[in-house]
Design a binder for this molecule. Structure first.
Ligand code: G1P
Ligand code: ZN
Length: 543
């Protein structure tokens, strides 16, 4: 077997975003494009010589080819071992778990998460560090610096490796170890949750629907829910992973998981519904006739986590991304534990989790997780909910109502405006940023602006700073809106408008969400002018 060294021009667009490098699949099909980025990962993290990595992806179009290329490059660069999920498949949380359990030097995960898959859709790649978490900005910047330079990449010239049989083979001087993608992850879940109690609940007739959206969690959910926990066959729907996710958009929210939502709001709804995304790190939770917003889900999970054996010792702290609602902060206060507010993106939770300062973390974007891995984890959230339902015996709607009665309700919604002209979006955000100093004291839509700033974060563990992480405008009554540009989109710009209003009075907690937020929506339009400036009169996605 020969090692071939190829010249690479470098690619100036290989800057990782909120979660790794995401591009249209056809961009990744550009000759040398994937290879250049992989070589940059290896070079920028000290070289692959003697190292062990985890490798796998969500099974989307090009996953299979990319895995073969990365294995040959790892071998050509002197790696000692690559642990790869059978068929090149690993959910993001399962990959994070393997990186940690096997004490590896990191891992490469192939996914564009919740973005659609296919030759005309999206592909992505990201590097996770030995703690199992997404590389921090210092690392992604080093990768980008290397990726945009002219350089070389090395690859072993050889046949494809068989990734369908478990066990070890050699590739050049490197060991390729094919592992069951589900087993280690499922074993970890058994240590965290009271499987016996959840099994008893299913045996007593509890019903559930889990929509795997033809994405990577299908095999995990089938094994754990129907296999280990005894949920009825058919509990998991769309459970076969497909390279194009069946033509769907594997994003578990009310818009894209509409079939599940319809069933859960219908007359024959099961007791509990959930969905997960392309790579298995997101979750949506729905009760019978009752949608749980991700911010509320985080708060309820934090409130009741101690019923699960893995969290019985209590939580060290709760962390949420800045645009996520403050509901979890109120729980943290009641529990007497710290609440942290970080920029958007799971990588910002890594230091808090490593330092033992936060146990449970969450984002409004359907991401929740804990210190069991260093990624958000869709099935983990589903299992913690199941554990809480089993321990309390209360239906989802009751848990939510009790939570609001005790802590108040935070009405919350996110409005996404997708594929907006990038220059227009940049100008809109730039102008708003420039207007911030003049906003406090201004009367808008019957409310007074209290504070207005651009969120900047100083990591309490390592002191690193991140500026311009989202513009927030807070009103005197505590309502607020946040505006930021997506760092994961692949087409034009996506404007995300986050809206929030706190309602402590139980008598006023049953309003329709958009109606309850109407003043904040009006104020955001008056101040930021999204409709006026982009011509978009309604958001593309409302969550
Ligand atoms: C989005 C979400 C963010 C999440 C990320 C990866 O990023 O908003 O919370 O961590 O996807 O799943 P964005 O596109 O907003 O940069
Ligand atoms: Zn994801």
């Amino acid at each position: 077997m020969q090692i071939a060294t190829h010249r690479s021009p470098g690619f100036p667009d290989q800057k990782p975003g909120t979660s790794g490098l995401r591009k249209k699949t056809r961009v990744f099909l550009t000759p040398g494009y994937l290879e250049n980025f992989v070589q940059a990962i290896l070079d920028a993290t000290g070289g692959a010589g003697g190292r062990t990595y985890v490798l796998g992806g969500d099974g989307r179009y090009f996953n299979d080819r990319a895995v073969q290329v990365i294995l040959r490059m790892a071998a050509a660069n002197g790696a000692a071992r690559v642990i790869v999920g059978r068929g090149g498949i690993l959910s993001t949380p399962a990959a994070s778990n393997l990186i940690r359990q096997r004490a590896t030097d990191g891992g490469i995960i192939l996914s564009a998460s919740h973005n659609p898959g296919g030759i005309d859709e999206d592909f992505g790649i990201k590097f996770n560090t030995p703690n199992g978490g997404p590389a921090p900005e210092s690392v992604t910047e080093a990768i980008f610096a290397r990726a945009r330079e002219t350089g070389e990449f090395r690859i072993l010239e050889t046949q494809d490796i068989d990734l369908d049989s478990l066990g070890e083979t050699t590739l050049g001087g490197m060991t390729v170890e094919v592992v069951d993608p589900v087993a280690g992850y499922a074993a970890l879940m058994e240590t965290l949750f009271d499987f016996a109690a959840i099994r008893a609940m299913f045996a007593a007739g509890f019903t559930m629907r889990f929509d795997a959206m033809h994405a990577v969690t299908g095999p995990y959910a089938t094994d754990i829910l129907e296999g280990r926990l005894g949920a009825a066959p058919g509990t998991v729907i769309n459970g076969t992973p497909l390279p194009d996710f069946g033509g769907g958009h594997p994003d578990p929210n009310p818009t894209w998981a509409a079939t599940l939502m319809d069933e859960m709001m219908g007359p024959d709804a099961p007791d509990f519904g959930a969905a997960s995304d392309g790579d298995g790190d997101r979750n949506m939770i729905v009760g019978r006739g009752c949608y749980v917003s991700p911010s509320d889900s985080l708060a309820v999970l934090a409130e009741h986590a101690a019923v699960a054996p893995g969290y019985a010792r209590g939580l060290a702290g709760v962390a949420r991304s800045m645009p996520t609602s403050a509901a979890a902060d109120r729980v943290a206060q009641a529990l007497g534990i710290p609440a942290f507010e970080t920029p958007t993106g799971w990588k910002f939770f890594g230091n808090l989790l490593d330092a033992g300062r936060a146990t449970i973390c969450g984002e409004e974007s359907f991401g929740t997780g804990s210190d069991h891995v260093r990624e958000k984890d869709g099935l983990w959230a589903v299992l913690l909910w199941l554990n809480i339902l089993a321990a309390t015996g209360k239906p989802v709607a009751q848990l939510l109502a009790d939570h609001w009665a005790r802590f108040g309700r935070t009405y919350y919604s996110r409005h996404d405006f997708e594929a907006v002209d990038k220059a227009l979006a940049d100008a809109l955000v730039g102008d708003l940023r420039a207007a911030l100093p003049g906003l406090p004291g201004r009367e808008v839509a019957g409310m007074t602006v209290a504070t207005a700033d651009d969120f900047a974060y100083t990591d309490p563990v390592d002191g690193s700073t991140s500026a311009q992480q989202g513009i927030r405008v807070v009103f005197a009554d505590g309502s607020r809106f946040v505006l930021r540009l997506s760092g994961t989109g692949t087409e034009g710009a996506t404007l995300r408008l986050y809206l929030e209003r706190y309602e402590p009075d139980p008598a006023r907690q049953a309003q329709e969400v958009q109606a309850a937020l109407a003043p904040v929506i009006a104020a955001a339009e008056e101040i930021a002018g999204i409709a006026a400036r982009t011509g978009r009169t309604a958001p593309d996605v409302v969550t």
